[in-house]
Write a protein that binds this ligand. Structure first.
Ligand code: ADP
Ligand code: AMP
Length: 217
């Protein structure tokens, strides 16, 4: 199963991708997580990416395309993957098509998590992330068992810098300008699968499993 999860920041892509990856035993490839790790490791691309990420801007296409080309060539992706946060521009979508063509692979679908703007703002402003393993929580909708501590690894939870008010507004604008056109792009390709992402986490997951089961071989 090879799916892309699309949707505005805060739509629930990371939350759902993690659950799907666990249930179906396929890699969850989140470009935001890969970039945050590169920043932490102080790699060359991480240092370059940081200035864009802090402002809520997109990191240049060529960096992301290189990351995804390497990651999808890894043998663990041959049976399937969930892409979360990539592609985010038409250039990235074109690159993804050509990378998959070269690997002799095809996407099963592009799942668009539809969530109204006021809901994504509420989700992002109270999101907390584990410093060690990257698991997402929400203070109200998906709280950890113990405040400030990750259920899985006991790691410390923090608020991402780009989840602060000014950055959220900019990220939503960037999404509308640069990423939303991908809905039409994938519709044209016959790959668009719209999903109501405004429901609660378990209800969205059930809908996604029904879709994924439909293509599972
Ligand atoms: P994205 O990866 O699309 O940016 P996340 O998966 O990180 O979004 O979710 C953003 C925030 O919203 C997190 O705090 C998460 O716990 C919460 N969340 C995710 N899905 C839902 C949902 N269906 N209902 C309520 N809160 C959700
Ligand atoms: P995310 O964790 O998906 O919300 O991504 C966090 C930030 O990483 C984004 O605001 C961008 O700055 C950067 N980023 C992640 N994925 C991409 C991508 N595909 N293209 C460009 N920038 C990206």
């Amino acid at each position: 199963m090879k799916f892309v999860l699309l949707g505005p920041p805060g739509a629930g892509k990371g939350t759902q991708a993690e659950k799907l990856a666990k249930k179906y035993g396929i890699p969850h490839i989140a470009t935001g997580d890969i970039l945050r790790q590169s920043v932490k490791d102080r790699t060359k691309s991480g240092m370059l990416a940081k200035s864009y990420m802090d402002k809520g801007e997109l990191v240049p296409d060529q960096i992301l395309i290189g990351i995804i080309r390497d990651r999808l060539s890894n043998p663990d992706c041959s049976k399937g993957f969930i892409l979360d946060g990539f592609p985010r521009t038409v250039t990235q979508a074109d690159a993804l098509s050509s990378i998959l063509r070269r690997l002799n692979q095809k996407l099963n679908g592009m799942i668009n998590l539809e969530v109204p703007q006021e809901k994504v703002i509420a989700r992002l402003s109270s999101r907390r992330v584990c410093r060690s393993c990257g698991t997402n929580y929400h203070i109200e909708f998906n709280p950890p068992k113990e405040e400030g501590k990750c259920d899985k690894c006991d790691g410390q939870l923090y608020q991402r810098d780009d989840d602060k008010e000014e950055s959220i507004q900019n990220r939503l604008k960037v999404y509308q300008r640069q990423t939303e056109p991908l809905i039409k792009y994938y519709k044209k390709e016959g790959l668009l699968i719209p999903v109501d992402g405004a429901k609660d986490i378990s209800a969205v997951f059930e809908d996604l499993c029904t879709i994924v089961e439909g293509v599972k071989k």
